[in-house]
Design a protein around this ligand. Sequence first.
Ligand SMILES: [Zn+2]
Length: 299
Amino acid sequence: VVVEHDPQVMMNADRIIDMGPGSGEQGGSIVFDGTPAQILEAESLTGLYLKGRLRVDTSLSRVPEEAFRSWLTVKGAREHNLKNIDVSFPLGAISVVTGVSGSGKSTLVGDILVPALERSLGKAVACGDFDEIIGRSRISEVMFVDQSAVGKTTRSNPVSYVDAFGPIRTLFAGVPLARDRGYKPGDFSFNSGAGRCPTCQGAGFERVEMQFLSDVFLRCPDCDGTRYRAEIREVTINLDGRREVSVADVLEMTVDQACQYFRAEREIVRRLKPLQDVGLGYVKLGQPVSTLSGGEAQR
Ligand SMILES: [Zn+2]
């Protein structure tokens, strides 16, 4: 059994099981089950793309070669098997480095290009052997996205990953009831502090060890899975004039709902926006990162 998006692998399978119809809450059903020949006639999204009745439109955003104005050039790259090569990457464009396994792609990008740029931005990192990198003054930030896990703990979730929870907690600490009671932003954290449920330590569930079976997670009976003490949940905000919302309610919002709800709070929206941009608008703010799919975690 192979989990795979690659059309070549799919079309060479003996049987295809297609899941969907959408992502997250909109997924979870089998939308097609049959042979590769049959899926070409199916109405599932996968079938429509395989047959070519739907296609990814790449024409709009492609940068023509003559429009490349500035470049990033690595000179004398010679880490591992690299043969003292010079490579230029156009800026403001998408470049692909390809080649057979073991040919030096990861060494060039992961061991030289990325750490060399990080170094020039003041980060102390180990870097492979090369002479110089030209054009780096045009780079203000480096982001290396690979397939490694993004903290596979039940404590990490989308809202904390993009640092949007800080300004949200500050918002709660600022309402009159919170100020009367002397609450600080830290009291609205579920990872530490006095505001989290003492029974489950803010996890929302309790781990029950089963002697011969894998552990079972049970909804915490004291906070009913909300992660917080009842007093903390009494503190509410009302940004849309319709509903009083507690910090526990915020963690239940999807990214799309939160962007709408906090639309007047620019800093919060600015931090949540990247999640929306990569198509994760349907993910809940408080959903543990450990429950995201491999592709979702990577994005
Ligand atoms: Zn609890």
